[in-house]
Design a protein around this ligand. Structure first.
Ligand SMILES: Cc1cc2nc3c(=O)[nH]c(=O)nc-3n(C[C@H](O)[C@H](O)[C@H](O)COP(=O)(O)O)c2cc1C
Length: 333
């Protein structure tokens, strides 16, 4: 693998384990309040939160794309896979660009640890050109149920070695949807997807969108830690709650970016996502050796939100009443 890619992937892991790389403004869920239901008439034990995701039934949470190819990636992916399997979450692999460059393939091979859940492969939109015929192999080597293409224009623009040419990306996404055998998801990486982009992606044949909006890990801040310039884009992006509201009737959504608890995840679903997702919280939990207990806590929080809103399943949670206040109300208006 190219040394540059390898050390960048390790830098990202190291920096993301430090403080100070999240947006100052949150994803918006602090401005969303469920309407409490004091008479839910439900037995907590019967609450069943399940969603259909890439042809499989899961608990509606996804550990979204993080790693592969770096020194620690194999261990991290293996632990994430085990915990995702145990709690029936979906799992996103980190960018498979290192595999295209002949890097550490083993770090992506976690199907053994997670035989039943959806595993989603990952490649950057900038890597599609010239690699179309290799994508099917990328997917089949990791036994993925789907392929995520990530959009990260903000990150590239402030990255010391970033790409600058974003022409032809939509055409390439359209082509991928026709050449790979699995459904394609397009994800942002923390700056969000607007409605116009979502409509274009649907037209191209994309089946899922992960909005990965602003309010969590800030990829401009991460790149600034690596010497990126120019400064000033620390808070750039569409907050996740806004991105979900904008795109919810276009395609099924993963609501991610700044989801920091099961309560945020439940709100993301009530606002229109089909599945909620997060990355950095699970990386920190891995580092603190609290991965399993963190997942269990999020599941419990989501199930309690369901009970307290009188929702016995995901379909009911999607209709749970909530109110919006503060700055989010201004954004949505
Ligand atoms: C350490 C780390 C590495 C990441 N690498 C990738 C990647 O390779 N491909 C990708 O699509 N997104 C990647 N992301 C972005 C996440 O999938 C996610 O969209 C973003 O971090 C926002 O979610 P969060 O606020 O929950 O962290 C990475 C995130 C982290 C924390």
């Amino acid at each position: 693998m190219k040394e540059k890619t390898k050390s960048r992937k390790q830098d990202h892991l190291d920096i993301c384990m430090e403080d100070g790389i999240e947006y100052s403004r949150k994803a918006g869920f602090e401005c969303v309040e469920f309407l409490h239901n004091a008479l839910p008439e439900l037995n907590f034990d019967e609450i069943k939160l399940e969603a259909e995701f890439f042809g499989k039934r899961i608990f509606p949470l996804m550990i979204t794309a993080m790693t592969g190819g770096a020194a620690e990636s194999g261990k991290i992916n293996s632990e994430l896979a085990k915990v995702a399997e145990k709690h029936h979450f979906a799992l996103g692999l980190g960018s498979q660009r290192p595999m295209l460059e002949g890097g550490n393939e083993k770090s992506y091979l976690v199907r053994k640890e997670a035989p039943s859940i959806p595993i989603i492969g990952n490649i950057g939109a900038a890597q599609l050109e010239g690699n179309m015929e290799k994508l099917e192999t990328l997917v089949s080597k990791v036994e993925a149920d789907g392929l995520a293409i990530h959009l990260n224009v903000l990150q590239e623009m402030v990255q010391p070695e970033g790409d600058r040419n974003f022409r032809g990306v939509l055409k390439n996404i359209d082509k991928v949807c026709r050449v790979v055998d699995v459904p394609v998801m397009v994800k942002e990486t923390g700056a969000g997807i607007n409605r116009d982009v979502a409509l274009k992606l649907r037209e191209a044949g994309v089946k899922w969108i992960d909005v990965a909006g602003g309010g969590g890990t800030s990829w401009s801040k991460v790149e600034y830690e690596r010497g990126g310039v120019p400064k000033g884009f620390e808070e750039w992006g569409i907050p996740t709650a806004v991105s979900i509201m904008m795109c919810k009737d276009v395609l099924p959504l993963v609501g991610s970016g700044g989801i920091r608890s099961g309560l945020d995840a439940a709100k993301a679903i009530a606002m229109g996502a089909s599945v909620a997702g997060a990355s950095r919280p699970f990386l920190l939990a891995y580092e603190d050796k609290k991965l399993d207990s963190t997942c269990a806590e999020w599941v419990l929080q989501m199930r309690i939100c369901a009970l307290l809103t009188g929702s016995k399943d995901v379909a009911a949670l999607k209709k749970a009443p909530f109110s919006v206040c503060g700055w989010l109300k201004d954004w949505l208006e």
